[in-house]
Design a protein around this ligand. Structure first.
Ligand SMILES: NC(=O)c1ccc[n+]([C@@H]2O[C@H](COP(=O)([O-])OP(=O)(O)OC[C@H]3O[C@@H](n4cnc5c(N)ncnc54)[C@H](OP(=O)(O)O)[C@@H]3O)[C@@H](O)[C@H]2O)c1
Length: 316
């Protein structure tokens, strides 16, 4: 942590600037697969109490009402929280967009969202199909929502270069964010560099590969050396790539742990992590050098942080 005006400055208070100047926190809290009701309410209260200031939800997650209620009850001023929601991937008729946005706003019970995203370029059941014409029409509605100031920033999610290029050709307001899957070994180089070149902030979802990366031995060995958990290494890595990290947990201790990433991964170790491939499969990347390897005895309690590979669900 750094000191700023006599106070400890945590990464939770640090932001990246969006193209329109609006700051977006570097670390956010994900809410996919957190059921509406008490579980979501408590998780979001815990996240806000732990210092997170970005909450990522979506109409498809079905928990917007709990997100809004927890935000209001948290005691954290509305203007200090950055909340994101998303137009369901299945909505590809532009005439349905405004009504869906109104439903999101009603569920959240807020006057504005900080960021509104097109959840995916195609309905999940038609992944890969061409909806570029529909997405362009949807984007015009997004631009009107942005002009109304009820969404202070607009963007997309799961968009590839072609999807983004098609929106950029002829839009009035460029997408400010692309939320994509991003974790060690899965950094989507082509779309990532396209976004950087076009001042589109990347948000990295599933920074822990939905739990599947947490038993990776190469990252675990490095985590031991830093006296950090695998989750903390993964989240810090994403942030050091200038990508907003969006970890999710329903456990208060992990919510806190995932926010405790005020440390630096060295350039050499970042380069090593950049070189890892297939981090969630059987092959865990290049062989470790002795510099990167520590005795398993040193693993201590971190072994307790390992969890079995999580199952992926459809609607994210
Ligand atoms: N735009 C999209 O299409 C899209 C797609 C996927 C995700 N997202 C967003 O990104 C967020 C994060 O992605 P994600 O939900 O896939 O998951 P993630 O953050 O990559 O991983 C979450 C999983 O890891 C476990 N976990 C979290 N912290 C841990 C820790 N410190 N130690 C051990 N286990 C830990 C969680 O279990 P517990 O909950 O039991 O602690 C959960 O099973 C989502 O919630 C959502 O907001 C967006």
């Amino acid at each position: 942590m750094r000191r700023q005006e006599g106070h400890l400055m945590s990464i939770l208070q640090e932001c990246f600037p969006l193209a329109n100047g609006k700051p977006i926190p570097k670390i956010g809290f994900g809410t996919w697969q957190i059921p509406d009701g008490d579980q979501a309410y408590q998780a979001i209260l815990a996240a806000l109490a732990s210092g997170y200031r970005l909450i990522d939800t979506a109409q498809a997650y079905g928990n917007e009402a709990s997100v809004g209620r927890a935000m209001r009850d948290s005691g954290v001023p509305r203007e200090e929280i950055f909340v994101t929601s998303k137009l369901p991937a299945e909505i590809k008729d532009h005439e349905e967009v405004q009504a869906s946005f109104e439903a999101t706003m009603k569920a959240l019970d807020l006057a504005y969202v900080d960021l509104y995203l097109i959840h995916a370029p195609w309905p999940w059941a038609q992944m890969g199909a061409d909806f570029s014409t529909q997405n362009k029409a949807i984007w015009r509605v997004f631009e009107r929502i942005y002009a109304s100031a009820r969404a202070e920033a607009i963007g997309v999610s799961n968009f590839d270069v072609d999807h983004l290029q098609s929106i950029l050709n002829g839009c009035l307001v460029d997408p400010m964010v692309n939320q994509i899957k991003f974790f060690i070994g899965h950094t989507q180089k082509e779309i990532s560099s396209f976004c950087r070149d076009h001042a589109i902030q990347i948000e990295g979802y599933s920074p822990l590969a939905t739990g599947a990366i947490l038993n990776n031995p190469a990252i675990r060995d490095m985590a031991i050396r830093y006296e950090k958990s695998v989750a903390q290494m993964c989240i810090r890595y994403v942030s050091q790539k200038d990508v907003v990290a969006l970890p999710k947990s329903t456990h208060a201790a992990r919510i806190l742990e995932n926010a405790d990433v005020d440390f630096a991964i060295s350039d050499e170790d970042m380069a090593y992590l950049d070189g890892l491939t297939e981090t969630v499969g059987g092959n865990h990347g290049p062989k470790m050098t002795s510099r990167h390897t520590l005795s398993l005895k040193a693993a201590g309690s971190w072994a307790g942080a390992l969890i079995p590979r999580a199952k992926h669900r459809r609607s994210r």
